[in-house]
Design a protein around this ligand. Sequence first.
Ligand code: SF4
Length: 357
Amino acid sequence: MSAIPRFDRAPRRIYWEVTRACDLACRHCRAEAAPERDPAELDAPEGLRLIAELAGFGSPLPHLILTGGDPLKRKDLFALIASARGRGFGVSVAPSATPLLTAEVIARLKAVGVEAVSLSLDGSDAVRHDALRRIDGCFYRTLVAARACTAVGLPFQVNTLASEETLDDLPQIYRLATDLGSARWSLFFLVAVGRGSVLKPITAEACERLFERLLDLGTDDGPIITTTEAPHFRRVVLERARRAGRGLASPAQGSMGHGAGIRDGSGIMFISHTGEVHPSGFLPLSAGDVRTADPVVLYRDSELFRTLRRSELLTGRCGGCEYAGPCGGSRARAFTATGDPMAEDPLCLYKSAPNAA
Ligand code: SF4
């Protein structure tokens, strides 16, 4: 296995929750979004200052993902994007499929240099998707937005929840993402935070079977398949590649090339709407606040982030696992299950052979 990046100096991706305001009311919303903006969220001058401070990571700059809530609920969204682009950041946006996401807005996102958007599809038809999103018409609007992205040449990623409620529909959603021309299909493995606690996570056994199916699903024509809060997909990818005696070539195996070593706090940094710096959007421990501290220093030097990046401090089955470098388990799920962010990830059943690490 080639050397695993340690991400000590800078994250690969910064997620900034620019607002918690959103006109949807999704059953599994991490942010517990509400229709109105929180008066305590970072305002326009604070947002511009944050972008300037994040540029202190230096070259190569992390990729900046503006998420929410719905970023389109911020009137200064395009000013923030322009500032970030002007400082050299690659920028993606994660809008909600509401009437705010028009073809004109998508064309404008492309025109200001946004590299990609993400669109959520949690069902392969309107009945299944809209039941989770709790707004009629959301499925249809997502398809329209995907086609508008294609029309202007703006790459898009489809995000899909992996939970008991969606498990049997995932192959159909993959086919739909492929037909729409999605560049990437990102499966989010439910961590019970925010409103996500009302849904049911899949079991570790079902997760293992799903990973094998994902590798079978991947085709040269389909989107790259990646996972969020399930880094042990990389272990399954590596195991299969080794069994086959070959390298990592297919699109389904792309998560290895893009994600090795990335997990909560290692390669990922999340900034909340009020400026709290977390290791991810699903791990509610805070390293500090960008209103009172430099976010670069918080990422590089806070005890929380430094600890999370040290695979050798992992415990349980993740401790001593030979895949701790490329994988390391979901620190958010470990924390939710045990209160200890360095504990084993209960969604993974893998047990290393003695002395395998
Ligand atoms: S035991 Fe932990 S580190 Fe090893 S593959 Fe599973 S989640 Fe990853």
